[in-house]
Write a protein that binds this ligand. Sequence first.
Ligand SMILES: Cc1cc2nc3c(=O)[nH]c(=O)nc-3n(C[C@H](O)[C@H](O)[C@H](O)COP(=O)(O)OP(=O)(O)OC[C@H]3O[C@@H](n4cnc5c(N)ncnc54)[C@H](O)[C@@H]3O)c2cc1C
Length: 292
Amino acid sequence: MKPAAFVYHGARSIDEAVALLASHGDDAKLLAGGQSLVPMMNMRLAQPRHVIDINNIAQGDAIALDGDRLVLGALVRHEAVARSALVRTRCPILAAAAASIGHYAIRTRGTLGGSLAHADPAAQLPLIMTLLDAALEARSVRGSRMVGAAQFFTGVFATALAPDELLTTVQVPCLPTGAGWGFRLMSRRVGDFAIAAAAATVTLDTDGGIDTVRAALGGVEATPVSLGGLGAAQRGHSPDRAWSAALAKSFVAARQPLDDPRVPAVYRRELAEVLLTRALDDAVVRARGGSP
Ligand SMILES: Cc1cc2nc3c(=O)[nH]c(=O)nc-3n(C[C@H](O)[C@H](O)[C@H](O)COP(=O)(O)OP(=O)(O)OC[C@H]3O[C@@H](n4cnc5c(N)ncnc54)[C@H](O)[C@@H]3O)c2cc1C
């Protein structure tokens, strides 16, 4: 199919893009990698009257280190995240998650900002941003604001972005020194969207007990969900297989999994528990200096 007719605008700066958004608001869509927007337009699920191409915004795809945070431009392609030496060293779980997205062709076009704004519940990058408590910068002609990942994702394909806002950068906390991480997903075929995914980070104290633990699930509820306050209660625990299984079980028990004829809630719950147990196990192995 072909998209409905639209007016194409090529924005060369953030100011130009937000001015165009301010003029066209609800009638406009930003075009980043086009890997979600273009299929939706072709199927007429989206029929924007104005398409604002942001691919030529200078420095929109920069990756930098600012203290203990990575600052990634919204236009960074998934493949660039996966290959970046900086990301691989300072936040390897983000690089691994990006490398698992779709196929190579998708990863070379799809962007970080596009994935976050699209907010597919099963997408890898929203999950990692939720796990790590990333801060997302939204710009409009009204100014700039930072939104925490926990507040950014509001539902299936829904975010806190206003129609005139553009995601410009994402600040991702680097993993603490010595942190181990685990990322597991299940999809029917390699390259398909995940049915569910789990991510975890663990740091150990000097006695080898749990110091900190973070965990999050994607594809289970309408938005990624993180372990939140449960983490502190784990301090000092000896992280063996029983520990990870029990933690995964209690976290997943509190979830209300999505239910559809293709993937019933009962299956999604079991899957999430297995994936999270394995992600926690992997994180512990890496925190001990091993390789899962
Ligand atoms: C075959 C296939 C398999 C895929 N598999 C996966 C997968 O396994 N995991 C996964 O996570 N994704 C997958 N994707 C989606 C892919 O990651 C997309 O790249 C991503 O969802 C959207 O990014 P994009 O840059 O292409 O955005 P676009 O398609 O250009 O835009 C998507 C939406 O975001 C908005 N938008 C884009 N950039 C911004 C911005 N900076 N600020 C505000 N709004 C913005 C657009 O207006 C549009 O509404 C797959 C896609 C395909 C076609």
